[in-house]
Design a protein around this ligand. Structure first.
Ligand code: FAD
Length: 593
């Protein structure tokens, strides 16, 4: 088999050059929906059947794009980052950013064809007569990000800005902004963003120094925002301290900052430079100087931080989805390579040591898939008014952001290693996946900040771990096709993880264990979800095997000086790497061993 070129042709190379056969293929040209058994099974499970029926053709269409045109454009856009112009040829401070045509084409797909930013806010996207459920929206994000990560920031932050404006803005501001932001006309629509971080504070939001002054009946902002992704967005939501307001987060108010004033003039702020970033290179992140920029207050002045945290939490969920997507791309690339590369007379997937490496990237990927779909379905229930779901969403979002974004980094590196030296070369996708993976542990809260949020707020203050415990216990009870002995082991791990979380939340001296708590709650939650999913009619039961890998290797003590692999694992591996659907009866014995 010839290795397909990333352009879908073999360029100038002679077509008969059989030396190319030595190079393992990649996923170029594949349908990322069709090849994703886990996603296909689970969206069917988590979506209402009518919605699934209506939306599946769109998942399929996006799967084709993600493995084809979108992927090609993403590769080009990564090589041609945006360029800032600070003045025009007359010397006017008319700052603007030039984007490569490949980025503009991806914008057309995202904001025009699929209307990701509007799909969960209004009817009329993808032929739906009502807004899309969260499960569908995030499944779409997951497919898109397998090709392009950078642009998902502007897409998601436009979506979340719309949410905040709809929820908190005055009727007048809504009338002014929402029709523009909800439009699907890429040429005229207004995109959103969120500027919070300043030099004095990223994690420490209360240290923000930007001030808001009311001058002649208008609010004007003065300050310096240090990290501004989607820097040239048409409207930014940001936090500033009105003069005389108290210090800390209590004194922060939320504002909407338009790029252009109502009369068409530029607002009084400048993008002073763009960041030269490790990843997300297709998207512009800049530094912005606010020089008396006009801004509209959003919601109650004293609740700016709380309101902004709604946007942060929505972004955190999307970040978990993005990490999950990039891990899936890594798995797909690694598997296609492992099945296509020969070494020492065998395909490399035949070597036990390499299979182990593959398992280490497959299991966290499947965990993240289950976690994000369950979290999204919980969001759908919360939006429908369930208080229980609201509490569950609180903790699930933070767990997903914390662990999936961390797992993405070793998974990306592991997939590169499977491809060998070619994985290190920029014309393959791995280098970009590795560069992009790292930002997940920084933006919308670092790992420490998320772990502290889980322990002190979600567990300590909101007691959301109790809701989680009840929800997971119920799922275990429902998974009756899974051997009781295995479910008992999971239940006992759940009890211990919950008790551990409670203890760390109650004892400030145990703060160093916050990340351990976050990881253990994530692992037990994802293991139970996978067991429940495996037990559904028509499900692929290998998910229960993934759950066992999580239980043995993430939630059970191991002797570092003894072999780590149990007898059951060889047989389990055979099933994991088989290319057919696996029935629950085939795995039951392995779970009980
Ligand atoms: C590419 C990129 C794009 C970004 N885009 C945006 C954007 O559009 N809008 C925006 O507002 N921000 C944006 N950010 C900023 C990002 O959210 C911050 O960088 C992040 O929140 C961390 O803040 P900081 O850089 O000030 O680090 P710090 O807050 O100084 O943290 C430094 C280290 O200290 C740790 N730390 C801090 N406090 C504690 C504590 N109490 N206990 C234990 N450890 C602690 C952190 O975990 C971290 O490891 C972006 C960042 C990047 C890299």
């Amino acid at each position: 088999m010839h290795a397909p070129s990333p352009h879908g042709s073999v360029g100038n190379a002679p077509v008969e050059d059989h030396r190319a056969d030595h190079i393992a293929p990649d996923c170029a040209g594949q349908n990322f929906y069709a090849i994703d058994r886990g996603l296909r099974n689970l969206v069917r499970l988590y979506l209402d059947p009518d919605d699934f029926g209506r939306l599946e053709p769109h998942f399929d269409r996006l799967g084709v794009l993600a493995g084809g045109r979108l992927d090609e454009r993403a590769r080009v856009a990564d090589r041609h980052p945006p360029v800032l112009n600070v003045r025009d040829r007359f010397g006017r401070d008319e700052d603007w950013i030039d984007y490569h045509w490949s980025y503009r084409e991806m914008e057309q797909i995202a904001f025009g064809d699929f209307q990701f930013h509007a799909m969960s806010h209004r009817a009329g996207t993808l032929g739906m007569d009502r807004p899309l459920p969260a499960v569908a929206k995030y499944a779409m994000q997951y497919l898109f990000v397998q090709a392009e990560f950078g642009l998902m920031c502007p897409i998601s932050v436009t979506d979340t800005s719309i949410h905040l404006i709809r929820k908190f803005a005055s009727a007048e501001l809504k009338d002014y902004l929402l029709p523009k932001m909800l439009s699907g006309d890429v040429a005229t629509m207004w995109k959103g963003t969120q500027f919070m971080t300043e030099r004095a504070g990223g994690s420490d939001v209360g240290a923000i120094e930007t001030t808001a002054r009311c001058e002649e009946g208008e609010w004007r902002l003065y300050g310096d925002k240090w990290f501004c992704s989607h820097a040239d967005a048409d409207v930014a939501l940001l936090l500033a301290r009105p003069e005389g307001a108290p210090a800390g987060t209590r004194g922060l108010a939320l504002f909407a900052l338009p790029r252009r004033l109502k009369d068409g003039r530029r607002n009084a702020y400048r993008i002073v430079r763009l960041k030269d970033k490790l990843g997300t290179r297709s998207m512009a992140s800049g530094e912005i100087l606010l020089e008396g920029a006009v801004a509209y207050p959003v919601g109650e002045a004293g609740r700016g931080f709380k309101q902004m945290m709604e946007q942060v939490n929505l972004s955190r969920l999307s970040h978990g989805v993005r990490a999950s997507a990039m891990m899936r791309r890594c798995v797909n690339e690694a598997l296609v390579c492992a099945r296509g590369r020969l070494a020492f007379g065998k395909t490399i997937i035949e070597y036990p040591l390499l299979r182990r490496q593959l398992l280490k990237i497959i299991v966290p990927t499947e965990q993240a898939l289950s976690m994000f779909l369950f979290t999204a379905s919980t969001m759908d229930r919360a939006n429908a008014g369930s208080k229980e779901a609201e509490s569950l969403l609180r903790i699930l979002t933070a767990l997903l952001k914390f662990r999936a974004c961390r797992d993405n980094i070793p998974v990306a590196t592991g997939a590169m290693e499977v491809r060998g030296g070619n994985g290190y070369i920029e014309e393959w996708v791995h280098a970009r996946l590795i560069r992009d993976a790292h930002v997940g542990v920084l933006w919308e809260g670092t790992s420490n900040i998320n772990a502290l949020d889980i322990v002190s707020r979600a567990v300590g203050k909101s007691h959301a771990h109790r809701t989680l415990e009840a929800a997971l216990g119920k799922l275990l009870d429902e998974a009756t096709l899974v051997p009781a002995a295995f479910r008992d082991r999971l239940r006992s791990a759940l009890d211990r993880a919950i008790a551990f979380a409670e203890r760390v939340a109650a004892e400030p001296a145990l703060e160093e264990s916050a990340r351990q708590v976050a990881s253990s709650l994530y692992h037990i939650a994802s293991a139970i979800l996978m067991v429940w999913e495996a037990a559904q009619p028509g499900a692929d039961a290998r998910r229960a095997l993934y759950a066992r890998f999580v239980l043995e290797h993430r939630l059970t003590a191991q002797d570092p000086l003894a072999p780590r692999y149990g007898e059951w694992e060889r047989t389990a591996e055979e099933l994991v790497f088989s290319e057919r659907q696996v029935a629950i009866a085939e795995v039951a014995g392995l779970l009980a061993m």
